[in-house]
Design a protein around this ligand. Structure first.
Ligand code: ATP
Ligand code: ATP
Ligand code: MG
Ligand code: MG
Ligand code: MG
Ligand code: MG
Ligand code: MG
Length: 261
């Protein structure tokens, strides 16, 4: 192809290739979802349909990007782990993946909210981080899950107190400086046993490939997957009772090996 005199503009492009031989973790987070969730009247503190829509987007990611091995989602965020050896998109810090996720979110909206039109345009920010060891990936996931637990416990208390006719500022004052035990006690007094809440709210969700019946990976890749499962999932994944299996992925609400509560 002949170079035009405009070709030089390419030289301004900056390389964004990620470090080789490291797990790549991509975290996607809804932009201004506090407003977005108000506008679309999400149930507080947890709208299950919205969480299931996020899970469906994660499943679609697994169908689209074969180098994904594990993902974890809570609230308006999802973290995706790519295998160490991935050469997907030349290990460029990925803008494709977040735009794909966003499009699926919009396309599948009606499947989860048949009674609600999309009233504003959802968008997601994304960042990619390289982690050199399995232990750090596991700690990363535990970090996100501790966040899930802390936020969910706080939000559950908050909305229960509001339901019991406290004002927002009374509620905030009541919760200021409280520890896990105090919040459990408040909930108990309001008739809620925290551990009875659905796991999808308390633990967050994970989506990963069906390691036995992966119809969309070749047997060679399947072998690699088995290896990855041993090195990545098994050290931290305690399969919870509510494991759903779609045709291509598992959706589970996971408990890390280290207890967090
Ligand atoms: P930013 O653009 O900085 O991410 P944000 O408004 O999205 O801002 P987050 O910290 O990401 O802030 O929090 C997401 C907010 O979206 C939550 O606080 C909650 O209000 C709302 N939200 C997200 N998912 C749900 C859900 N499934 N049910 C109810 N509310 C939700
Ligand atoms: P956290 O989400 O870790 O709790 P935070 O919400 O306070 O922290 P960040 O998520 O770091 O802050 O981001 C702050 C703002 O920058 C957000 O409004 C977010 O939408 C935006 N942002 C973050 N990452 C990117 C990115 N890669 N491109 C564009 N905007 C981004
Ligand atoms: Mg953020
Ligand atoms: Mg934020
Ligand atoms: Mg957000
Ligand atoms: Mg968030
Ligand atoms: Mg192009």
């Amino acid at each position: 192809m002949a170079n035009s005199k405009y070709e030089y503009v390419k030289s301004f492009e900056v390389e964004d290739k990620l470090m080789p031989s490291t797990w790549i973790v991509l975290r996607i987070d809804g932009r201004h979802f506090h407003q977005f969730s108000d506008k679309h009247e999400f149930k507080k503190p947890n709208d299950e349909r919205a969480l299931k829509l996020m899970n469906a987007c994660a499943e679609a990611m697994f169908e689209e990007f074969p180098d994904l091995v594990f993902s974890y989602g809570v609230s308006d965020e999802y973290s995706f782990v790519f295998k160490k050896t991935t050469e997907f998109y030349n290990r460029r810090s990925s803008s494709i993946t977040v735009s794909f996720f966003t499009s699926v979110y919009v396309m599948k909206w009606k499947d989860f909210f048949p009674d609600k039109d999309l009233k504003s345009i959802p968008s997601f920010d994304a960042r990619t981080v390289c982690y050199p060891s399995t232990k750090i990936v596991r700690d990363y996931l535990a970090w996100r899950q501790v966040d899930c637990h802390i936020n969910n416990q706080y939000n559950t208390c908050f909305w229960k107190l509001i339901e019991s006719r406290k004002t927002k500022s009374e509620t905030q004052d009541r919760l200021k400086g409280t520890q896990t035990q105090d919040k459990n006690e408040i909930l108990f007094q309001l008739g809620v046993n925290y551990s009875d809440l659905p796991a999808i709210f308390r633990k967050g969700s994970c989506v990963f490939k069906d390691k036995v019946n992966s119809c969309f990976v070749s047997s060679l890749k399947n072998h690699i997957l088995h290896f990855l499962y041993r090195s990545i999932s098994y050290p931290f994944l305690h399969m919870h009772d509510d494991v759903l299996q779609s045709n291509k992925c598992f959706v589970a609400f996971y408990t890390p090996v280290e207890e967090i509560m």
